[in-house]
Design a protein around this ligand. Structure first.
Ligand code: ACO
Length: 330
């Protein structure tokens, strides 16, 4: 029988060694451990050194994912790197391919901010369902500390760096049970890492732009409102597509942005606290890395077991949001 189903067979993660707790941030901006903890649930985050790179974090997470799936890097057909902070604007997936020695794999980046992992999961699944590829490596990796304004207390306390990866494989039964994805560019201005154009005269009458990207700006209140409203809706949609009810979910795995968002979404969906995966206290918001990082930790802790049903949902800049319901393992 032709294998046109998708299964997620391995996971891995990697974070930089340097940790920055809330107390350390009080030396940079007017804030307190109490404010950050009660408003966000974050206690510390990992920060990359200048010698770290998105591709090296991504490769470290990938090696674990490949090993836990029981395959070799040379078995990979496709590498998708979900990131908003590539080491190279032309993309970093090919650097990861080289570091892994995955010489058969085609590799490219995918940008959908904090929704990148969920968008990548659905993208990877399409290649498998059409029978084109059998072994796909999906990575979510970001070094947002490069793009944080360390003088802006509204954003600098929120973010951290990291990488998570999964291997998707062709399988007889399809373990991606349902999904739903959404974008709304009319709300783009609420969360940006924008390119600031600066005009430079190349020749008389001909100007080119030679700007740079500017640090993250966010309207926290609007993004909070958006997340709490849209995430339960999109999970409901994905559950409908999967023909499942909310009671059948074993784990709620949300983008790790804010504990209050996790709590509010769980409450709206009537999902008990013990089913909610949360590790943001230790890592903050790691953007595209947050879902696979939390997934990998929960798998390694023995919380997530084979055949468990996971409802994952990412949301963020774009604005973008999405949910995927999948069953863990072969
Ligand atoms: N320390 C102390 N005080 C602070 C800090 C801080 N770090 N940051 C803000 N404040 C102050 C504000 O200035 C404000 O003071 P004021 O009332 O005197 O004006 C007060 O605290 C309240 O600020 P709010 O912004 O209203 O605080 P809120 O409770 O909304 O929490 C937060 C802010 C944590 C950012 C929240 O809105 C949030 O989590 N939003 C969602 C962010 C998110 O989910 N992003 C996900 C996508 S990320 C991506 O895609 C890259």
């Amino acid at each position: 029988m032709e294998k046109l189903g998708v299964s997620i067979t391995g996971s891995g993660s990697a974070v930089p060694e340097t940790s920055l707790d809330n107390h350390a941030l009080t030396a940079l901006v007017e804030t307190s451990d109490e404010w950050i903890t009660t408003r966000t649930g974050i206690r510390q985050r990992r920060i990359s050194l200048p010698s770290d790179s998105v591709s090296s974090l991504a490769a470290a997470a990938s090696r674990q994912a490949i090993a836990s799936a029981g395959i070799q890097a040379t078995d990979l057909d496709l590498i998708l790197l979900a990131t908003s902070t590539p080491d190279d604007l032309f993309g970093s997936a090919c650097q990861v391919q080289a570091e892994l020695g995955a010489n058969k794999a085609v590799a490219f980046d995918l940008t959908a901010a904090c929704s990148g992992f969920v968008f990548g999961l659905v993208t990877a699944a399409q290649y498998i369902r059409t029978g084109v590829y059998k072994n796909v490596l999906l990575i979510g990796a970001d070094i947002l500390s490069r793009w944080v304004d360390w003088q802006d207390r509204k954003t600098c306390v929120l973010f951290g760096d990291g990488a998570g990866a999964v291997v998707l494989q062709a399988n007889e039964s399809d373990r991606l049970l349902g999904f739903a994805l959404k974008s709304d560019g009319t709300q783009n201005h609420h969360l940006n890492l924008g390119y600031a154009v600066s005009s430079q005269e190349l020749l008389p009458g001909i100007n080119v732009s030679q700007g740079t990207y500017q640090p993250i700006t966010m309207n926290g209140k609007e993004v909070y409102r958006f997340a709490v409203q849209k995430v339960p809706e999109i999970i409901d949609k994905a559950l409908f597509a999967a023909n499942l009810t909310v009671e059948q979910i074993d784990w709620l795995l949300l983008h790790q942005a804010n504990q209050r968002i996790l709590d509010a979404v769980a409450e709206r969906l009537n999902i008990p606290e013990h089913k909610v995966i949360s590790n943001l206290a230790n890592y903050g918001n790691t953007s595209a890395a947050s879902i696979p990082l939390a997934l990998d930790e929960a798998v390694r802790q023995g919380k997530i077991k084979p055949n468990d049903i996971i409802a994952a949902s990412g949301f963020g800049a774009g604005l973008t949001w999405g949910a995927a319901i999948f069953q863990w393992g072969k």
